[in-house]
Design a protein around this ligand. Structure first.
Ligand code: GTP
Ligand code: MG
Length: 629
């Protein structure tokens, strides 16, 4: 029987895989003209809809006769005409096709096409923006000159910053109500510039406008000769386009590794959807967080002709020149480009939607790309809520609709990009008991305890000499998957007895298995770092563990099932070992009934040595993905 790859469904017919969705993504539909998404925000009634309506009317973007029919309707009902009615009418017409709460309105300048998102309220706006349902590259923030800066003017300014939208122009509206006063405009500009500076935003400009009157919307207004800056339309044309997805760094979350078992075809295909960038046959790729490197041998498509390069928006499969172990959840990147970040500690901004608040005690999953990793809330830096200022609130939990700047601690490191660098790989969702309960963006990669170890592993992966015999060939020959079984427990437990009995049982069943006790290392590989007065145990222990991890890695590379017995292993040490031997699986068997705060694969046999051995063998057997007999 064939030994399977980790997490790799055996597919005879690749068409049943997710790869059948090959085809252009949205990016490719708009090649002819540039398109830009703008969101418009601001306090209630400050004139957002009027600005949009006026932009539509004055750029001739409305359906013929629309404005007249609305005007007539208003007259018949003796209501004053409002540009907002125009939008409502348009929204109604569009609403069937809209699945999100933010209405999209289209207009164009000579330069490009615009999609403007009229955010109905900050909750919906946030929800759509953090989950990626809506995406804006820049923003217009409207402030009523007469009312001045209000709660939501500030809050929205903060949210834009939180969402990583850096291009913001502020429209000071209803200038007619303040007799087009320069000093009123200047006061608002000064105060709001200072506020935005606190949230790291430098606005591209402030424009005094009277939306209803059309002043400074498309043409320069003669009511405000003291202003010589751009009109709203000129300003949006000044917004810079984010670089096209195809031009960004290559990123592809690995969806699966498929194995072809058809006659004579022994390719492994790494499949996924390319989020950004492009890639060609012959490019060297780096998989993160595992740090595995390989070169693209071919690009496989099922409904498209084989090609030598492919770019963002497409789903595809790749064969590699080297046979390496990788699994779903890894991020495929190009070694020639800016590396993605890898860490288990992240500073993030979260928007919480769950009915139950997010707490430090809760167990959640973080989903980014194709990976799903257990995560805990470690610290809330601050929360923003309905208060007028950014004064930080002390709170121990994140309630529904709260926005928090916080630190997350993942069970193991993931690959990502901070939102300021790449949008596609900087956004995540939090799952609480099978439901999406929050969304957010990654602001910063924080140092976690394993940084030095990962750097060492990265070096190892670059320098490692790979033999002509691939790990897969070795596995097939040996009919087993390399696996590390750690037998641990307190001093009184019979770890060695269990380990040796397990080794013997597996050996008798024809497995290639090897047992190492800690003493085997202490008096050999580790003889130079023996515990002495100069070297207390707490100093040598990490080095013992490092050497054990590297030795285990070599033995797993050689195809063995390795059994190690060691006393009192700490969760951090287990995590370290798991990192060092990844992606080989590790099973920890803890004898004597005590529980370890480690969330890897664990067994807690509580009776005789014999049951412990049986349980491990059962585990190895039932986990077909790990070991097939
Ligand atoms: P919400 O969507 O409810 O948050 O409001 P909004 O920000 O979209 O404001 P809207 O465009 O509906 O305008 C609110 C009111 O302000 C309407 O009665 C407009 O006619 C009025 N208004 C908008 N622009 C101007 C202006 O330049 N001058 C004056 N005087 N009134 C204006
Ligand atoms: Mg409105």
């Amino acid at each position: 029987m064939n030994s399977a790859e980790y997490n790799t469904p055996e597919l005879q017919d690749p068409n049943i895989s997710s790869m059948s969705e090959i085809g252009p993504g949205t990016e490719n539909h708009f090649e002819s003209r540039d398109q830009m998404q703008i969101v418009i925000v601001g306090h209630v009634d400050h004139g957002k809809s009027t600005v949009i309506g006026r932009l539509l009317a004055d750029t001739d973007s409305l359906p013929h006769g629309k404005i007249d029919s609305i005007r007539e309707l208003c007259e018949r009902n003796s209501k004053p005409f409002e540009y907002a009615f125009l939008l409502d009418a348009l929204k109604d017409e569009q609403s069937q096709g809209i699945t999100i709460d933010t209405a999209r309105i289209f207009f164009k300048s000579e330069q490009r096409d615009y999609i403007i998102l009229d955010a109905p309220g900050h909750i919906e706006f946030l929800k759509n923006m953090v989950t990626g349902a809506a995406r804006a590259e820049c923003a217009l923030l409207v402030i009523d000159a007469n009312e001045g800066i209000r709660v939501n003017s500030r809050r929205h300014g903060y949210l834009l910053s939180m969402l990583g939208i850096k291009q913001v122009a502020v429209l000071v509206n209803k200038m007619d109500l303040v007799r087009y006063s320069k000093s009123t405009f200047d006061d608002i500009r000064k105060e709001f510039t200072a506020f935005l500076a606190r949230v790291d935003t430098v606005p591209l400009g402030f424009i005094p406008i009277a939306a209803r009157e059309g002043e400074n919307i498309v043409e320069a207004s003669d009511k405000m000769p003291w202003y010589d800056g751009p009109s709203v339309l000129q300003m949006v044309d000044l917004f810079q386009k984010e670089s096209k997805k195809t031009l960004q760094n290559f990123r592809m979350p690995v969806q699966d590794v498929y194995k072809f078992t058809a006659m004579g075809d022994d390719r492994r295909v790494v499949a996924g959807r390319i989020e950004t960038g492009s890639i060609a046959v012959g490019d060297e790729v780096l998989f993160l967080p595992s740090n595995k490197r390989a070169t693209i041998a071919s690009i496989e498509g099922f409904n498209i002709a084989p090609s030598s390069s492919i770019s963002a928006g497409y789903s595809a499969g790749f064969t590699l020149t080297e046979q390496i172990y990788i699994q779903r959840g890894e991020l495929m990147t190009k070694t020639s480009e800016i590396a993605a970040k890898v860490s288990s500690r992240l500073r993030v901004n979260i928007f919480w939607m769950g009915r139950k608040p997010m707490t430090r005690a809760g167990n959640y999953f973080l989903k980014i790309g194709t990976s799903k990793t257990p995560v805990k809330l470690d610290k809330i830096n601050y929360l923003i809520d309905a208060s007028d200022t950014l004064d930080q609130q002390e709170k121990s939990q994140i309630d529904r609709h709260d926005v928090a700047d916080c630190i997350l601690e993942l069970n193991r490191a993931i690959a990502f990009d901070p939102i300021s660098i790449m949008e596609a790989t900087g956004r995540f969702v939090i799952v609480d008991q099978y439901e999406i309960a929050g969304g957010g963006i990654i602001r910063e990669s924080l140092q976690d305890a394993q940084v030095p170890m990962r750097e060492e592993i990265a070096q190892r992966e670059i320098k490692f000499e790979r033999s002509f015999i691939s790990p897969r060939l070795r596995q097939e020959r040996m009919s087993q998957k390399p696996t590390l079984v750690l037998i641990t427990g307190q001093e009184s437990t019979d770890r060695k007895g269990v380990a040796k009995a397990l080794e013997e049982e597996l050996f008798n069943r024809g497995r290639y298995v090897y047992y190492i006790g800690m003493a085997n290392l202490v008096y050999s590989l580790d003889a130079d770092i023996g515990i002495s007065e100069a070297m207390p145990a707490e100093e040598v222990r990490p080095e013992h563990m490092r050497r054990l991890g590297e030795l285990a890695y070599l033995m797993l590379e050689a195809g063995l099932i390795l059994i190690v017995s060691a006393r009192d292993l700490e969760p951090t040490e287990l995590k370290g070992l798991e990192t060092m031997i990844a992606p080989y699986p590790m099973l920890t068997v803890c004898l004597g009934g005590c529980r370890l705060g480690f969330d890897g694969e664990m067994l807690y046999p509580d009776e005789s040595n014999k049951t412990a051995v049986t349980q491990v063998i059962d585990w190895l057997q039932t986990r077909k993905s790990i070991l097939s007999f």
